[in-house]
Ligand binder design. Structure first.
Ligand code: MN
Length: 309
């Protein structure tokens, strides 16, 4: 039962919340979208269910997950904001209204500066950051089911995902989501290259993962000794990032250096430099490949230290 599964997932991170309104939102949405279908032929409600599920994967609070179920009822059914308010209260209603407002923003240009404006407009229009997260969950599910649309529409949505939504996810620090969105879009925009890189990454498969885990353990040993608060996250470069780097550097797959990476997260700038000191004392950095985005932040306000080993 999908709903029970969602409920279990929700309760793992929010055990003391009264979840009655989740079931209510589920039932309301299913009824409101009754007899509607998606391009895949599936019941429309499956999309709403999936969006709510994704929001529990993001560990969102109850009003957000409930709004996930309801995110399309104002736009696609006869439900009015008054009804929503009566049934679910102001908070959930304003989240759903927020998503509906975002859907009305239309974006046509591929221009990077315009894309930046669009992202700012999204953030301003949404007001509540949870609205953006619902929109991102919506986009993720739409990208996962993009194969059912016409090629023209596929290309349009994939391009939009790459220029707008993936950078937005990155800006919010949702790295996994950003990678997922990029790779889903990549498949439609450059199918041939997508296939080639996928095959090569698959070939290396386990070797990559194992090497990364070993490196992380080694790193953890040294960092633990200095007593500075930190977390280590590993990442394998996603398919689209590998492609982008191959393009930028005009290099074949085999010569892309940082297809494996770790991120060390700490709480203050001095602590970041302290941890970097440890890293440099243990691993030999690559000459001329260190970038200090704390001292010189990127245009998008990104701040971090980028050593390469
Ligand atoms: Mn939707």
């Amino acid at each position: 039962m999908p709903f029970e599964k969602l409920l279990t997932a929700f309760k793992t991170y929010s055990p003391h919340t009264d979840t009655a309104s989740l079931l209510k939102a589920h039932d309301f949405s299913r009824k409101a979208h009754e007899n509607q279908n998606r391009a895949s032929g599936e019941d429309y409600f499956i999309h709403c269910m999936s969006v709510a599920e994704i929001l529990t994967e993001f560990k969102m609070d109850l009003p957000t997950v409930a709004a996930g179920f309801l995110h399309d009822v104002l736009e696609d059914t006869k439900t009015t904001p008054e009804t929503l308010k009566k049934e679910f209260g102001d908070e959930i209603t304003s989240l759903v209204q927020g998503v509906t407002k975002l859907d009305a923003l239309n974006f046509t240009s591929k221009d990077e500066a315009q894309a930046e404006n669009w992202r700012k407009m999204m953030l301003a229009t949404a007001q509540d950051i949870r609205v953006i997260l619902i929109k991102l969950a919506d986009r993720l599910h739409n990208m996962r089911t993009l194969n059912y649309l016409q090629p023209e529409k596929q290309l349009k949505n994939a391009t939009e995902t790459l220029t707008l939504y993936a950078p937005l996810a990155q800006r919010l620090g949702m790295f996994q989501l950003k990678s997922d969105l990029e790779d889903l879009a990549f498949r439609y925009i450059h199918p041939k290259e997508f296939g080639e890189i996928t095959a090569k990454v698959r070939e290396q498969g386990e070797i990559r993962e194992k090497a990364l885990e070993m490196f992380k353990k080694e790193l953890e040993k040294h960092l633990a000794a200095v007593g500075v608060p930190h977390r280590i996250l590993t990442r394998t470069k996603n398919l689209f990032s590998i492609y982008r780097k191959m393009q930028r550097q005009q290099k074949p797959f085999e010569e892309i250096q940082d297809s494996l990476g770790v991120r060390i997260i700490s709480d203050t700038i001095p602590n970041c430099y302290a941890l970097l000191g440890v890293v440099h004392s243990v691993f030999k950095p690559v000459v001329n490949s260190f970038t200090d985005y704390i001292a010189i932040p990127k245009m998008n306000l990104y701040q971090s230290l980028h050593p390469e080993m």
